[in-house]
Design a protein around this ligand. Structure first.
Ligand SMILES: [Zn+2]
Ligand SMILES: [Zn+2]
Length: 240
């Protein structure tokens, strides 16, 4: 029976995952189940060791805080932790997930996010996982919100319920081509609280696919804090 189950599983994985590595295009063995070839799997680097205590940025030279967190005070988002470093392999996966429609990859990212959840007891107190929303017209185009998929899969692992407590009011430009200052301007007042009663005095973990400057997370956290959240933290799949 177990043999049949594992055979069925390998075929399901075979259908779900393409037979080539998402990063380099090399053949991937059928029974492997990984979306990357063994070489590219080695390029997946969990964020660990020396990081900024606040934003989770890897700090190769050590120190408690990165430069950005040292000069800015009064963050709305308490701290941010991420599953994987931004490497060619993790980037290729995130791209296939978000733009290629390979929605099942959220199940691949979620355990890396769960790892950082487990390492930080502050997360255990959370009432909700709240995905960073995308504008409804973008959701229609893409068919899904990548952050919601990640939040749902992480919720299954950590037991904290997922709730869509934010909406995106403004369809903002993609942040990827923008500098730090432009990102802040672009994202300003783009979000609103969808359920103030649920947010009030709650502890929330924001969920997003990639953290780059943390401008989006900070803006979302600001809206939630204004609505009465007592604490806002964040977990992302990748840290750029
Ligand atoms: Zn590869
Ligand atoms: Zn920092």
């Amino acid at each position: 029976m177990r043999k049949i189950f594992s055979l069925v599983k390998s075929w399901v994985l075979y259908i779900l995952f393409p037979r080539v590595c998402f990063c380099c295009g090399a053949d991937v063995a059928r029974n492997d189940g990984n979306p990357l070839c063994p070489e590219c799997m080695k390029d997946l680097k969990p964020v660990q060791g020396l990081i900024c205590r606040r934003c989770g940025l890897p700090l190769p030279d050590g120190g408690a805080l990165c430069y950005g967190c040292r000069i800015k005070k009064n963050f709305k988002c308490g701290f941010i932790r991420s599953g994987l470093k931004f490497t060619p392999a993790s980037r290729a996966l995130a791209h296939a997930f978000k733009y290629g429609g390979y929605t099942h990859l959220s199940r691949f990212f979620a355990p890396f996010m769960y790892n950082v959840f487990r390492q930080n007891p502050e997360f255990f107190e959370a009432d909700f996982l709240v995905p960073v929303p995308i504008h409804k017209s973008r959701r229609r185009e893409r068919g899904f919100n990548q952050s919601l998929l990640l939040a749902l899969d992480l919720s299954r692992l950590c037991g904290v319920p997922c709730a869509e407590l934010l909406v995106r009011k403004v369809k903002t430009r993609s942040q990827t081509s923008l500098g730090r200052k432009e990102r802040l301007e672009n994202i300003k007042e783009a979000f609103a609280c969808a359920n103030a009663a649920a947010v009030r005095s709650g502890a929330i973990i924001l969920i997003d696919d990639v953290c780059t400057t943390s401008a989006t997370l900070e803006e979302c956290a600001g809206v939630l804090r204004k609505a009465g959240a007592r604490e806002v933290l964040a977990i992302t799949a990748l840290r750029e």
